[in-house]
Design a protein. Structure first.
Length: 133
């Protein structure tokens, strides 16, 4: 949103600068200039409503974590099976970078040194700790 200086639209979800999902419920019809026009909505996890300038800025003169920076896109779900192998040094276990869509395919492609096959089900952009990467 910021690069082309466009305005937010009511009824749409947006991503805040700090990665939260926000919903714009309405835009004031009473402010006369686009510069002062305000939008109201909610940020996921916050108890109270939030106001932005129609440009998506939370604060008029500086960037903040609450700025609306892009339309929201639901994260892609990644599901599959990963083969685990002993490391070359014998210290620890490594995973190859192939996610197989089924256990049967993971079994078919294992090299004989596999120590485990694990099922994964994660959202794109989230690490193993559950925090965004």
């Amino acid at each position: 949103m910021r690069p082309n200086n466009s305005s937010v639209e009511a009824g749409k979800f947006y991503k805040t600068r700090n990665g939260k999902k926000a919903y714009v419920a309405g835009i004031s019809p009473f402010d006369s200039t686009a510069e002062s026009r305000r939008a109201i909505g909610w940020v996921e996890g916050d108890e109270e409503s939030t106001e932005w300038f129609a440009s998506g800025h939370y604060h008029k003169y500086q960037d903040t974590e609450s700025d609306l920076v892009a339309e929201w896109k639901e994260p892609k779900r990644i599901r599959g099976f990963v083969n685990l192998y002993p490391s070359e040094t014998g210290m620890g276990i490594i995973a190859n970078n192939v996610i197989h869509p089924s256990k049967k395919l993971a079994d078919l492609f294992e090299t004989g040194r596999r120590v485990a096959c694990i099922e994964i089900d994660v959202e794109e952009g989230h690490g193993l700790s559950g925090e965004e990467c």
